[in-house]
Design a protein around this ligand. Sequence first.
Ligand code: ZN
Ligand code: ZN
Length: 249
Amino acid sequence: MTNHSFFFYGFVLFGVILARYFLIAGGAYLLFYSVLGKSHSIRSLRLKPPMAGSIQRDVELSVLSAVVFAVCAALIISKYGLGVTLFYTDLHKYGLWYLGVSFVAVLILQDTYFYFIHRMFHHPLFFRWMHHGHHRSGEPTPWSSFAFDLPEAIIQALFFVGVIFLVPLHLITLVTVLMTMTVWAVLTHLGFEIFPSSSPRHWLGRWFIGPMHHLIHHRKYTVHYGLYFTFWDNLLGTQHPNYEDEFHL
Ligand SMILES: [Zn+2]
Ligand SMILES: [Zn+2]
């Protein structure tokens, strides 16, 4: 893994990260906004159709985010090459069960990290230059899922650079976490509700963030800061008081 230069890894990873964005975000956009949405079989959450200009801005910011994530991924590979991280490639080093445990642990850690940086981004001192780009399109589309201002992209990507020093992670686990992050972000920025309207009151469903939950954040700004789970929003009083009733009637 150390045979190639940092720039080689950065360049290849940029292509992979960008292709992943166009495939998953673009695929979801095509599917929901051209096929399923027009059939009226699925509920749109949007107040008005998305504008081409806002989609273009989201794509531009996402390309920039892909550069940042590629640099951080190249950094992870070169650090792994130096043998200073807890990253490992032998499947049996900690047992197969550990792959699942570490996957869930990283999702919980990332959700916690994101909740607190997201609250910081919304502080008036930081919002304009750190997080305004993500909210610029107003109501999100799948294209918004990776649209971050440069400082936000760096802070989000640094989580992955840091976590490989804290938690032993296999390549499979890391890739699965990144795919989960991508699919989940596209889902929460979908603009269509695909879960049953009872899910915010369901004993398990209420702990997961879906399209409606995150859309409320894009509309109101002062609630719903979580990434995957509603745990921190519930615990720290940033869950919209009427979320369970008003928004799913
Ligand atoms: Zn968002
Ligand atoms: Zn926000």
